[in-house]
Design a protein around this ligand. Structure first.
Ligand code: SAM
Length: 346
């Protein structure tokens, strides 16, 4: 058996398991997921070796990070947790470029956070002393603490680990001048769903956007701060500070009826609505050429959430009347929802 560890939002373990089972079946690997409710993690057991085409967490919706696990250490001695890890390195003559110790984003994980920090620097020091750290190595050591006595260890790509945010969580600072905290959702979507090159090409001053369900303006703010003009559609009030920039036109209209006079670069939508209605609306805008690309939330139902996500993404693709680039992710700043990027490819 080979083990893969996925971290996800606490409460979304069943969706994470369903997605992993689907992806692994597509890679022709048999396996099953083990998890506990609200643990924020899934341990996926594969029959046989890791597939060469194992997807990265960036292509999964519910898994924030995905690492192969080599060693499962239980009954660790609180006074010397590092000992069996050092013994393993010695036995297998392992060297690592770096080491990271993390835990799940869950109530149990929260209680381990300080231990993770302290243990990471202690373990790094001990590994250095034992001659097990070599910055030129291509593999790094990932340790995930499940409790003070239980750790999962993985030999992972040093480059991938360096590029991956801790716990798969992109932490952002709230910009004080933004009118609502949900501004962080769109900022994270830009960080996670777009590459650096796409951000440079697709978020340029002078571009145009429509924000459906815009009030009080957290999402609009993300465009305004990039000097992008916004038509903000909502019957509610927009923040005065945004209106004062002269870059925002506030239109009191129904987001499902509104269409722009001229095509825009971006459509974003944060209306609290049935996800299938939102997916169809986005598909219609893309199909009719009203926008080049869209970022939107799909608020998930209480039950059959994974099925609903698949239904919505399928409807988006089918109804857009042409091939779309689609990326979807449950972001750190998302709660009972996921965020989707859909872009016309021509
Ligand atoms: C979650 S809030 C949006 C928050 C906003 N993205 C921000 O960052 O400040 C949802 C908004 O959608 C608006 N809304 C809901 N249904 C709408 C509709 N059919 N047409 C226009 N606005 C709608 C609500 O008035 C509400 O202001």
């Amino acid at each position: 058996m080979t083990e893969i560890l996925a971290l996800c939002r606490a409460g979304f373990e069943p969706e994470c398991v369903q997605e992993l089972e689907q992806v692994m079946a597509e890679a022709e690997c048999a396996g099953y997921g083990k998890t506990e409710r609200d643990s924020g993690m899934v341990r996926f057991m594969l029959q046989g070796d890791l597939p060469g085409n194992l997807p990265g967490a960036e292509s999964l919706i519910f898994a924030r990070s995905l690492w192969p696990i080599t060693l499962n250490l239980e009954h660790l001695d609180a006074k010397d947790r590092a000992r069996p890890m050092l013994d393993w390195c010695e036995r297998e003559q392992l060297q690592f470029a770096d080491v990271r110790v993390e835990c799940a984003d869950s109530p149990a994980g929260e209680a381990l956070r300080a231990l993770c920090r302290g243990f990471e620097s202690a373990l790094l020091g001990l590994l250095k002393k034992a001659g097990r750290i070599n910055r030129r190595e291509r593999q790094a050591l990932l340790v995930c603490l499940l409790s003070g006595q239980h750790a999962l260890l993985g030999k992972v790509s040093a480059a991938q680990l360096a590029a991956a945010p801790r716990g798969g969580i992109v932490r952002l600072r709230f910009p004080g001048e933004a009118p609502s905290r949900s501004t962080l959702k769109l900022e994270e979507a830009f960080m996670v769903l777009l590459s650096e090159t796409e951000r440079e090409r697709w978020l340029k001053p002078g571009m145009t956007a429509v924000d459906l369900g815009a009030c009080p303006g957290g999402w609009t703010y993300q465009f305004v701060r990039r000097s992008i003009r916004v038509q903000a559609i909502d019957n509610g009030p927009m923040a005065e500070s945004l209106m004062a920039t002269g870059l925002v036109e506030h239109i009191r209209a129904d987001g499902f009826q509104f269409r722009p006079k001229k095509a825009v670069d971006w459509l974003v939508c944060d209306m609290v609505e049935q996800p299938i209605r939102v997916a169809s609306l986005m598909a219609a805008w893309l199909r009719d050429g009203h926008c080049q690309r869209a970022i939107f939330n799909l608020k998930l139902p209480m039950k059959k959430r994974y099925l609903e996500v698949q239904r919505c993404l399928q409807a988006l693709q089918d109804e857009a009347g042409g091939k779309l680039l689609i990326r979807a992710k449950q972001l750190y700043h998302d709660r009972e929802e996921i965020t989707v990027l859909a872009a016309r490819t021509s």
